[in-house]
Design a protein around this ligand. Structure first.
Ligand code: DGL
Length: 266
């Protein structure tokens, strides 16, 4: 068995969006090995029922555990919102980090007016997971933005279509909040158009930055930092032909280690 500090960090998401979180983890922890699982055959999770999201989350987690990961990062906001406690209650013996709490923590510190917007998938917003974590005197306005995921995946992150969709979802937040949590892995790709529509006075919170810091602090405190890794292995449940370009856009780097996996028969 490998020493714990030399084991990889496991990260999973419903698809490739979680690579925006991997990008932050690599910036923050360049010497860690990372195993990434993207359930591209079954994405999106954001419009599925709680039972299905939980079932998929168990399979994703069990896949990563086989690699003896030292921590698991649930990069998917939908799973973090709907199934994080459920996963933790399974007592897997591995620390599990989600992206909801880190985003809320940053928003609480950033907001002066104590009025915050949360945007995410339908399942994330319906779960109320973010709202529950804010102190009572905060006003939290939530908005599901389901068209943002396909826009990001199609590379439509600027221009009139992206702007119209952002306007449709976000116009009502403009005068009401001073901070908005980007509660979906795909939204950092649309950051510019979101900022255009909301205005530069509104702070945008990307939970990925905070979760990467939390994982680093945890590894540091536990003496679990790796000093000689840095590899990234990407496992996907489907690899459609155009995916490499998309993956590199989400990760912000070149990729040469792409593997297909069947979660039912692994
Ligand atoms: N990864 C999902 C999230 O962060 C977005 C895509 C999906 O709906 O599965 O919520």
């Amino acid at each position: 068995m490998r020493e714990v500090n030399r084991r990889p960090i496991g990260v999973f998401d419903s698809g490739i969006g979680g690579l925006t979180v991997v990008g932050e983890l690599r910036r923050c922890l360049p010497q860690e090995d990372i195993i990434y699982l993207g359930d591209t055959a079954r994405v999106p999770y954001g419009n599925k029922s709680e039972d299905t999201i939980k079932k998929f989350a168990i399979q994703d987690t069990e896949f990563l555990i086989k690699f003896q990961v030292k921590v698991i990062v649930v990069a998917c906001n939908t799973v973090s919102s709907v199934a994080l406690e459920f996963l933790k209650d399974r007592n897997l013996g591995i620390p599990i980090f989600g992206v909801v709490e880190p985003g809320v923590k940053v928003a609480i510190n950033k907001s002066r007016s104590r009025k915050v917007g949360v945007i995410g998938t339908v399942a994330t917003i319906n779960s109320g997971a973010h709202k529950r974590l804010f102190p009572e005197d905060f006003e939290v306005i939530e908005k599901a933005c389901p068209l943002f995921v396909p826009l990001a995946e199609e590379g439509i992150n600027s221009g009139s279509i992206a702007k119209d969709v952002a306007e449709l979802y976000l116009a009502h937040l403009r005068e009401k909040v001073d901070t908005v949590i980007l509660g979906c892995t795909h939204y950092p790709i649309l950051k510019d158009v979101i900022r255009d529509v909301l205005g530069s006075e509104i702070s945008l919170v990307d939970p990925a930055e905070e979760v990467a810091k939390e994982v680093r602090d945890f590894l540091l405190k536990g003496g679990l930092l790796n000093s000689g890794g840095g590899n990234l292995d990407i496992y996907l449940t489907d690899i459609p032909p155009h995916y490499l370009e998309l993956i590199e856009r989400f990760l912000g780097d070149r990729v040469n280690n792409l593997k297909k996996v069947d979660l039912e028969n692994h």
